[in-house]
Design a protein around this ligand. Sequence first.
Ligand code: F6R
Length: 338
Amino acid sequence: MERGEAEAKMLEFIKKLPDEIREALDFDVPAFDFSEIAHVVFAGMGGSAISGDLAKLHLSEVPIPMESVRDYTLPPYVSEKTLVFVSSYSGNTEEALAAYGDARERGAKLVAVTSDGKLAEMAERDGVPLVRIPGGLPPRTALGWLFVPLVKVFEVSGMVQGKLVELERVADYLTELRDEFSTPDSPPFELASRLYLRLPLIYTSRRLAPVGFRWKAQINENAKAFAHVAELPELDHNEITGIKNPPERVEEMWAVFLVDADDHPRIKLRVKHTQELIRDSVLGTEVLESKGETPIERAFYLVYFGDFVSFYLAKFYFEDPIAIPRIDELKKRLANEQ
Ligand code: F6R
């Protein structure tokens, strides 16, 4: 695929996010008796894993410990009292498949979310509830399809109410934003032009860390560019001192603080002082405030903003935003060494 064509396709895929959210609200998902569930694990990698992080954020009032696991094996507490979601868009990611096997061995309750591949095969073979989502996209652009079913399981099981209606509103809100964000000179375009040829530092509160991580991953994969992510308050106890050497590199850094109205008041204060203290060492700092009515609307405002930033950065670097040759090559090499 030519770069120009890939660019047009990626823009189309990014713009699809609100449509995916709406479509996924109609997907069939299994219900569970949560009185038998003591913990929830979201297992998966990369573009599939972020759906679990965002589900955790949207379900933050559910009084059950939830953890995202980006690894081959699951934590020691996983047992028949654990609900494990295994998400892999392709259905062939080896870490996700290993996590599935681990969950089965420990008798955990399982849900598989995938478009195809070995995960779909194994779930069908084992009688594990399978949410089969549409295929054909780069996994990182299938976020709506991957994310909504996770939340829907909690809602159809009676663990939460109104969370899907909130997602309908998220879809409406992103639909409003997408035309604005698709134009050159839009706020994401402007921010991408400030990050171009610089080293982006993405800083968030702990609560919004999934959003920061999505920014980093999207910049990495779409723009083939370096990005670093860290969270407050922790970075104020270490990284703040490290933003100094080597000076030639640090002078090329541009820090973006992603902030939200719901951030703890002390975090808001930390954003102000941290910026002041690093400002002389880095090339620039800025604050990007989320917009929207509900917490999940505001989180998705930032996710969507970042998706467009990564798209524009790819354009500036003349990179094909769809191709991820190193990831593909690595998967191929590992598949050849079983
Ligand atoms: C590719 C992408 C990657 C994949 C990851 C896992 O668009 O975003 O981060 O998501 O390599 O693959 P899947 O999602 O197929 O399990």
